[in-house]
Design a protein around this ligand. Structure first.
Ligand SMILES: [Zn+2]
Length: 187
């Protein structure tokens, strides 16, 4: 069977049993498809952006997708409006298009930069968008909301902290903390 393998890249093409052309990728991370925009796409795009002052946020005025990012249709593809603005003004990128202004529908190219997941996380923590996990979501959590409520009810009817700790299989210190409001303040 004809099974040509490209020596320049890790992609080999071969015909499978069904005679269909398949592409086998070995150890290659999938790259985002390049964005191709027509002149009409570009003018349609800017007609949906409220371009105000140079330093202001240029907000997308049409439909938004998840996370409040603008959604723009180019051909058959649905694209994030901030990415389209970046591509038009600065060229395509394989990285994520991030905001310096922390405003998802903003399409002002001056507020956009290309970055990695790490950059995104760094920016999130700088902006205070990463909240420390609380309650059950905390990775040390041994108790559930129901258990915390029950522990407080038992304490109210004069159970000892030691007894409550024994019941839930945790330390007296854990129980003491949740009773005094040092932990589980959200419950
Ligand atoms: Zn902005």
């Amino acid at each position: 069977m004809n099974n040509p393998v490209c020596r320049q890249c890790p992609v080999s093409r071969h015909k499978g049993a069904a005679g269909l052309l398949t592409i086998v990728r070995s150890g290659m991370t999938r790259r985002p498809k390049p964005i191709v925009l027509t002149k009409a796409d570009v003018s349609r795009f800017w007609s949906k952006v409220a371009r105000v002052g140079l330093n202001d946020c240029w907000v997308w005025t049409c439909g938004c997708g998840s996370g409040g990012y603008g959604a723009f249709r180019a051909g058959v593809r649905m694209l994030r409006a901030n990415r389209v603005a970046y591509v038009i003004c600065k060229g395509d990128t394989e990285l994520q298009v991030l905001h310096t202004c922390n405003n998802p529908p903003c399409c002002n190219p001056a507020h956009l930069y290309a970055g990695t997941d790490k950059d995104n996380m760094r920016q999130c923590s700088r902006d205070g968008r990463v909240k420390p996990p609380i309650g059950e979501k905390h990775h040390f959590a041994k108790l559930t909301v129901q258990m915390v409520r029950k522990a407080r009810r038992l304490y109210a009817i004069r159970w000892f902290q030691r007894e409550i700790a024994e019941l839930f299989g945790c330390s007296s210190k854990t129980i003491s903390k949740l009773l005094t409001g040092k932990s589980w303040r959200s419950v």
